[in-house]
Design a protein around this ligand. Structure first.
Ligand code: ATP
Ligand code: MG
Length: 355
């Protein structure tokens, strides 16, 4: 419960590349709304490729231990080697597992709602993050006719129900209250059938007591969902999907808006939430001070919202939107010429004005 928390301990893991430039911006945004939060404490933590090259591990044990003492965390971005390097594996994947962050939540909002060429997109993709084909149970066997590869696709009622609950909560909190379940149960009737049934059953679970009665439920086959996402993205509000479809849809949705530099996400579990900009480490612009801080600042807001600090999150989001809409103070990815720090300061100023 939000009110019960006496302090808010936030782990900061900038990691690599522009993560080192944009996570400090998110930190400042949280500090700008701290009067609405319990006592905020930041803990700086190491992970990523830089850490691997120095210490031989991309996710030090101390980082994982320290995170278990935190309420939440912000993760920047990791550089990954172009070739497979012995001993290196992505710290973000390990963290999701370690902290059981089963939900990946990615809001996609168009930068300029008034431009005729870009439809006003305002949707959230909710992706199940622990199972489906990503259980990575693959086998290669030799048969009389050559090699044969098989992968297991795991869908459980438990995981589908808990992702469904998150999706219903998000849909209920939005004006349109529309939830679209993405699946392919006409072909995969057993696995996708179970996903679809489990999500659909959420409103009837014990203890829900009609809470989701005002949420409209729709379903869509994943192929036609992608088609419609490109043709008329404005029809969507909250989309919930198993891991693989969710992965594809969330990247496709990201392509609808101006830049990777504006898209936030959180990885959420029952006991922890980690904000993470959708972009990578952007080695082409790292160190130049020109990275867009918006994705990280929005990730901080999304994280606070998930923890129940709605008004703090609203203030950050409003300042971001009021920066993007007039299109005067923008980084280069959005056609502007302002620096990371200039855009951050502008957003901080607009947060100040709301007090
Ligand atoms: P990685 O392997 O770490 O993902 P990448 O080369 O794929 O690195 P991304 O970070 O995924 O790079 O970014 C893809 C493109 O989008 C790059 O040209 C990058 O400069 C640009 N980009 C990504 N994030 C931002 C940002 N926050 N601000 C400005 N441009 C960005
Ligand atoms: Mg990338």
């Amino acid at each position: 419960a939000t009110s019960a928390r006496k302090s808010l301990t936030i782990g900061l893991i900038p990691a690599d590349g522009i993560g080192l430039e944009v996570i400090p911006a998110a930190r400042k945004a949280i500090l700008a709304v701290q009067s609405e939060l319990p006592a905020v404490k930041f803990i700086d933590l190491l992970a990523g490729w830089n850490t691997f090259t120095r210490t031989g591990t991309a996710l030090p044990f101390e980082t994982v231990q320290a995170l278990k003492e935190c309420d939440c965390a912000l993760f920047g971005s990791v550089s990954s080697p172009s070739r497979k390097v012995a001993g290196y594996s992505s710290p973000i994947v390990a963290l999701r597992k370690e902290l059981d962050l089963y939900a990946n939540i990615r809001p996609v909002i168009s930068v300029s709602a008034d431009s005729a060429s870009t439809p006003a997109v305002d949707l959230i993709v909710v992706r199940e993050n622990t199972e489906c084909l990503y259980v990575k149970d693959e086998k290669l066997i030799r048969t009389d006719t050559g090699k044969e590869a098989r992968a297991t696709r795991l869908i459980t009622e438990r995981a589908s129900t808990r992702i469904g609950k998150i999706a219903f909560e998000l849909a209920k909190a939005r004006p349109r209250k529309l939830l679209t379940i993405i699946h392919k149960s006409n072909v995969l009737s057993v696995t996708d059938g179970l996903f679809r049934e489990s999500v659909r059953a959420v409103p009837t679970l014990p203890g829900i007591d009609g809470k989701f009665d005002d949420v409209t439920i729709e379903e869509q086959l994943v192929d036609s969902a992608v088609y419609r996402l490109f043709r008329e993205p404005q029809i969507y509000d909250v989309m919930v999907a198993p891991n693989l479809y969710g992965d594809i849809i969330s990247d496709a949705a990201a392509a609808l808006v101006g830049s990777l530099g504006v898209i936030p996400s959180i990885n959420a579990g029952d006991n922890f939430v980690m904000g993470e900009p959708v972009h990578g480490s952007a080695p082409d612009i790292a160190g130049k001070g020109i990275a867009n801080p918006v994705a990280s600042i929005r990730s901080a807001a999304l994280m606070l919202r998930h923890l129940g600090y709605t008004s703090a999150a609203d203030k950050i989001d409003k300042a971001v939107n009021d920066t993007l809409a007039p299109a005067k103070v923008l980084t280069a990815d959005l056609g502007g010429s302002h620096s990371t720090i200039q855009v951050t300061d502008h957003i901080l100023g607009l947060i100040q004005q709301q007090y």
